[in-house]
Design a protein around this ligand. Structure first.
Ligand code: ZN
Ligand code: ZN
Length: 367
């Protein structure tokens, strides 16, 4: 049985627990997760025994290539996907069908109700996502690959830095190195923030030149082809200009960097199955607060990565998630000081049966 069939088998058990005759998957990534079909614009109908991909003629060849064992319902240009999905569901004689409340638009919900009047559509939140949160071996391998592309691209970027480069030029170059390293693209807009601009956790790249600051923060993610990585490093500018106050900047930066690095180590040490995600956040946050930077860590500690760069589990103070082996997420504590700059260190962590593995340990973190 392949990975997708195994996932569908697990999903069928969920359907039984939820007392649903079938489920209509409308989120393209959830459809991909359950079938391996990368085409998008398609729905998946799952019952306890059958899986039907509802798609259109543009994708006939692609479906045959990517998921030859799957049943399909293929529409021509005179029908909408909703209409065909409703017809298939009615033919199956179903009474209760779950739909994805976070992804199905109200217009499509109305259309389904209109086309399949005998069916009771029930909104459900996060059913497929509850499976996606635990990665199987093939997914962990794909995330390792995405990290490797990110790591190689970062090294290329460091080797090619020039004093006249702007933040935007460095970000653009890094994006192209991700592809050159084997990745299929980025998983979000690359952040390059020089000097005090690094105090903005989501700083958009500007025309600031890298020689204008003593350090820079880079937050980047590679995708390759389907799974993502998400990493952040702070590096010294290789183009130090001897300027007034540099020594002071240097020692303050070193101090903050050490606090963030130690905070991240605390987080990593706290990760193991059975631990509440909010407790990992608390351990890190209290360490940063004790070091005198309590208000300067102004975002959650981390987030799951996978097909999406932000998915479950949620590693923050309000999270109700409990860690389980197979979860993969970022740990990214930061300290941001307006007018000075910020330090964030972000790594990608796999929960193992007895603790965790830092999947991104090959990306140098020395400062
Ligand atoms: Zn990031
Ligand atoms: Zn992140």
């Amino acid at each position: 049985m392949n990975h997708h069939a195994r996932r569908r088998q697990r999903f069928a058990r969920l359907l039984k627990d939820e007392k649903l005759g079938a489920f209509l998957v409308t989120n393209p990534l959830n459809a991909l997760y359950l079938t391996g079909f990368t085409g998008g614009s398609s729905f998946v109908i799952i019952t306890s025994k059958r899986t039907i991909l509802v798609t259109d003629t543009r994708f006939s060849i692609q479906v045959a290539e990517e998921c030859p064992d799957l049943e399909t319902a293929i529409r021509g240009p005179n029908k909408t996907t909703c209409q065909l999905a409703a017809e298939v569901l009615e033919k199956l004689g179903l009474q209760t069908v779950g739909v994805e409340s976070q992804h199905l638009t109200i217009a499509n919900f109305d259309a389904l109700e209109n086309f399949a009047k005998s069916i009771d559509f029930v909104a459900k939140n996060g059913l497929v996502e509850s499976l996606r949160v635990i990665k199987d071996e093939s997914e962990i391998t794909a995330i390792r690959e995405a990290i490797e592309y990110g790591k190689r691209a970062f090294k290329m970027m460091q080797a090619m830095l020039s004093a006249t480069d702007t933040e935007k030029e460095v970000a653009d170059a890094l994006d192209s190195y991700i592809r050159r390293a084997g990745g299929h693209g980025t998983s979000f807009e690359t952040i390059v923030a020089v000097g005090d601009r690094s105090a903005l956790p989501h700083c958009p790249p500007s025309s600031r030149r890298i020689a204008e600051g003593d350090f820079m923060l880079v937050d980047w993610g590679a995708r390759g082809p389907l799974y993502t990585s998400d990493l952040t490093r702070v590096i010294r500018s290789p183009f130090f200009a001897e300027r007034k106050g540099r020594q002071r900047v240097e020692s303050k930066l070193q101090k903050i960097y050490t606090v963030v690095l130690q905070a991240q180590r605390r987080a990593i040490a706290a990760v193991r199955p059975g631990v509440a995600a909010k407790d990992v956040d608390a351990a890190t946050r209290s360490y940063i607060a004790d070091a005198g930077y309590g208000n300067a860590f102004n975002h959650g500690l981390g987030h799951g990565i996978g097909l999406q760069v932000h998915e479950g589990p949620d590693i923050r103070s309000t999270s109700t998630d409990v860690l389980e082996a197979g979860m993969v997420f970022t740990l990214e504590p930061g300290v941001y000081i307006e007018g000075f700059g910020g330090v964030r260190l972000e790594d990608n962590i796999l929960v193992t049966p007895d603790g965790c593995e830092v999947l991104s340990s090959g990306v140098p973190i020395d400062f």
